[in-house]
Every structure is written in C-alpha cells, then in structure tokens.
Design a protein around this ligand. Sequence first.
Ligand code: KIV
Ligand code: ZN
Length: 505
Amino acid sequence: MASKIFIFDTTLRDGEQAPGIHLNVKEKLEIAHQLAKLNVDIIEAGFPISSPSDFEGVKAVSKAIKDRSIAALARANFKDIDAAGEALKNAANPVIHTFISSSDIHLKYQLNKSREEVLEIAAASVKRCKKYTDQIEFSAMDATRSDKEYLAKMYEIAIKNGATVLNVPDTVGYALPLEYSELIAYLMNNVKGIEDVIISVHCHNDLGLAVANSILALNHGARQIECSVNGIGERAGNAAIEEVALIIDTRKKDLDVYTDINIKEIAKTSSLVASLTGYLIAPNKAIIGKNAFAHEAGIHQDGMLKDRSTYEILKPEDIGLSASKLILGKHSGRHAFAKRLEDLGFMLSEAEIEKSFERFKLLAEKKGAISDKDLKAIVQNEIRETSEYFKLNYYNILSGTNIKSTSTVGIEINGKLFESSYNGDGPVDASFKAIDQITKLKAKLVEYVIEAVTEGKDAIGSVKIIASANGVEVMGRGISTDIIEASIKAYVDAMNRIIEKQEVE
Ligand code: KIV
Ligand code: ZN
C-alpha cells in the first residue's frame, strides 16, 4: 500500500531567513492560511526567540490555524525552548523543533564543545520540550557532514528522551542523492527505536540537489519532507514544495507514496509568496515559472496540437492555472468585483474588499479592462499594506532631458500635511529625497527592483524596495501603471514598515 509522506512547510521559518525577506505578522498569517488551503501537514511558523516579530508571528498562526500542526524552532537550550513553548501556547497541535549541531566542524568552530557535552545538551533539551508538547522534532544540524556512528548515537538519545520526529538536515547542501539516501538507510539500520518515529529530510539547494536528495530518501524510509514555497530559504534555499508535490503526484505509482497536498492551490500559493516576499520567480523555474507550460519550438507546438501528451507531462490546470480572462471593467460593480475575488480564492474582510475596490476603480478608469492578474496584483498589495503612519497625499514631478528632475511630495502625518521639494538624479531619486526630508528617517536604499506584473503597454508595474534605517531593514512594495508612482508608494510603504518594525522590536 502506498505510504503517506508528511509535508512540513518551512516557508515562514527557513524561507523567511532568506536575505531580504521581511514579512510582518499579517503577511505571515496570510501565507499560513494559504498553506492550510494547500493542505500541508505541518506549518513551521518561525523561530520565536530570534525576534519579537517572530514570536508574535508564531503566536498569531497558532491562534488562527487549528487544523494543522504548527511548529516553532528552538536551539537546544531552555531559553529557546521556553520561548517556542510559550509562542505555541494556543496551537491545537504544537510541535517544538529543536536542533543542535552534530558535525565535528560545527562542534569545534561553532559550539566549542566536546561530543559528550553535545549529547548531554541534546538529551536535556528534548526532555525540556516535553514540558510543552509530545510532538517533538529533533534535528542534528549538519548531519550529512557528521560521523555516522556519532550521529546515530545522538538520534538514539533524542528518541530515548521523547523525540517523535528525527530530522536529517543537509544543512550546507553538500550531499549527493545516493550518499544522502544511504545515510537514511544507515540510520534506519543503526538507531534503536527508529521504527517508532518519523524520519524527516531537510535538504538545502546549494548544489541544486535539494529536491533530488529529498525524493531519493523516500526509498529508504524517510516519511516527511521539509520544503518551502518557491524553494526559498537560507542561501540557495530549500527543496521547493511545488516540485516535491508534483514529482510525487506525477510519479506516485513508481514511488509508491502520496502526499495530501492540494496541487490545485500551487499556483496561487506560489504567486502569493512571491508577491509578499518580493522574491521573483525565474521564467524557466520548474512547475511555477511563467514558461513552465510554454511551448516555443515549432516541432513542439506541432506535437502539442496533434496530442498534448507528446510534450506535456503536466497541465497548467493541474496546479490551478487558468488562462487569464478579461472580466471586469470600469462599469463593474462592487458585487461583481467581490464575487470574482471569491472565485479567485481570496478571503478578504469587508474593509479589505472596500479598499481593493477603490484601487480597482482607479485602475479600471486608466486601463479599461482588468484581468485576473491585475486583480491579484491589486489585492495582494492591499493585503500587505501596513499601518500608514506616513500617508502619501500627492506628488508632482518635473523632469526632462535638459533639466534636473524635481519632485514635490505631500505626506500626511497624524492628519497634518507636510510638503517637500527636492532635486535628484532622475524623478525617482528626487522623490525619495523629498520623502526623506519629511520622514527624517535617514533611510538607506538597499535594493530597488521594478517588474511588470501584467502584460501590455498599460501593464501594472510593481516596485520592490529594501531599505534600512535605525538598525531595521524592511521591504516595501508599490504598484501602479505609472512606475514613478509605484516607486513612491513602495518607498512610503517601506518607511511605514520601518516605523512599524521599530515599535515591535
Ligand atoms: O538547515 C538546517 O540545518 C536547519 C535546521 C535548523 C533544521 O534549518
Ligand atoms: Zn535549513
């Protein structure tokens, strides 16, 4: 009988650790709700001790999502574990995921501890987790570069002290598929009590092998895969959930395993995470890239027209993609708008619908026909809006070939309007400087990316900005058919997020 593979999603933890990703609690909740729809088994919601906003994120997800297991990460020490236990207090099925390094390299350079000392810490830590939950995952960090006998001993101790899941991380993404699956086989044969726990795999993608390593490990008894949406995570990221789910779904007969992932939710989940994290998806990315279902070569197109199976092993509809339809325009009413959003799978509050509808009307006035992609861009932008300490009221630009660009910006703070004009190296630079004059945040621009999210000359442009000030780094986003406006909105959004983050941290 086919075996069930548990999907442990770490988008909100390992994914959120990727450079330049900054999700606030509302965004984490939005992603968590979508992960629940995707039907992952476990949502790793964060690393509570690492920051107050991580703690709040885990707490909020634990409160909101009752039909999934919610996991929180903790290093192997009581302070981390107590924070994880506290953040998970309201979870219906809490999992504490505790970890300590097992390789000699990490023991020497990172922990500065002997093998025996580390075994004692592992034992005490797993025991401590029991104070909060019976669901305990233990990870031996850098497992793939560890001495096998020592690793087996560490896992045996973890089981003895109450671990229910043993995770085998390829922390640095070094292992080869055969090597990794042999390590799983070795552990299956050499760890006493292993038959009573679940073996989990957590592979990083430094050599592009994260998914291959995870899948091959299933042949030797691994029953849980840790992965993230769009493969985001530390450095080159983690195994991508969409690839894992589609490999298992497409080849389930050969692999003799299945997952409970609702693959129809993949496209939506991927686009939500890309939009909220600002991590763009390469056009040729497996499953979710915009060319994943595009057939360009004549011979391929010819074959496809005769029979889709000639060149297609997956259908776009399988992952919830539908051809973009032009459905709404400036005469469409609020009811039709709300219904279309519901059909697209958005669950919005009345206030969010109202705000999105106002934006929709403005855009429809400029563009005429509004596609599903436009709608998604509008809504995802509304959802991620932060509390507006700085409220953009207006801007005016003077720019051209023979004049220095000048921007005049009006921003409201607590109901009072402030205006500033500034010269700059182009209209965007001038606008950012004018905004800086008003906010007085002395912000530093770390990254600035423009992307067209819809097609055509009147496409919606999305601007992503990473900015830092007063020791916090944030991501801001703005959308508009005018990219100067999108840039100004993104910058103001980033300034609001700096204020918001300073309040939490
Ligand atoms: O990659 C890793 O080793 C981790 C652990 C915390 C499981 O993310
Ligand atoms: Zn990791």
